[in-house]
Design a protein around this ligand. Structure first.
Ligand code: MN
Length: 201
């Protein structure tokens, strides 16, 4: 059985950038629903007992319900971990070097990421991934992610942003770009760096 992971900080820890009520509903209702629906979707078929990562890597073999809810579970578990209180700023060390090598500068990377997040039509995610030993920005629709075998651009996510309306509408309403701008204040670069090291070692 898949389980909802505990949020690694208090619901109000990301205020004022992401409000407590949004976090309560996003984690406690939306993420919980992906977990519940994923458990129902794997019950009694070939997907039962398969690890989440194995489901994701071979998602084309499974049902749309497993794709949507397995993706939802993986994406949100990842998302909570790359944010935190007293965060933001810029990364250092090898990650910063890789960002400069791939995009020219930290600000250029941010600009490309913001553009991917802003222009993703409807619901989906923006990603910074390790792809062929380079850092690349991409985006996916719905609850897809770059680890899935069906992804247009594949790679290992090191940073991701949920741009579903449920992620920001209570506080930002239709102002998705304001939410995207605020996100940079809660990025936990040490967590992003750990993903980067795991993907490049
Ligand atoms: Mn979400």
């Amino acid at each position: 059985m898949f389980e909802l992971p505990a949020l690694p900080y208090a619901h109000n820890a990301l205020e004022p950038h992401i409000d407590a009520r949004t976090m309560e509903i996003h984690h406690g209702k939306h993420h919980q629903a992906y977990v519940n629906n994923l458990n129902n979707a794997v019950k009694g078929n070939a997907a039962e007992g398969v690890s989440l990562l194995d489901l994701i890597h071979n998602i084309s073999k499974y049902t749309p319900a497993i794709r949507n809810n397995g993706g939802g579970h993986w994406n949100h578990s990842f998302f909570w971990g790359i944010m935190g209180p007293n965060a933001g700023g810029q990364p250092t060390g090898a990650l910063m070097d890789a960002i400069v090598a791939s995009f020219g500068s930290f600000d250029a990377m941010k600009e490309q990421f913001n553009s991917a997040a802003t222009t993703r039509f409807g619901s989906g995610w923006a990603w910074l991934i390790v792809h062929d030993h380079k850092l690349v920005i991409t985006s996916t629709p719905n609850q897809d992610n770059p680890l899935m075998d069906i992804a247009e651009v594949k790679g290992a996510p090191i940073l991701g942003l949920d741009v579903w309306e449920h992620a920001y509408y209570l506080h930002y309403q239709n102002r998705r770009p304001d939410y995207i701008g605020a996100f940079w204040n809660v990025v936990n670069w040490s967590a992003v760096n750990a993903h980067f090291e795991a993907a490049t070692k």
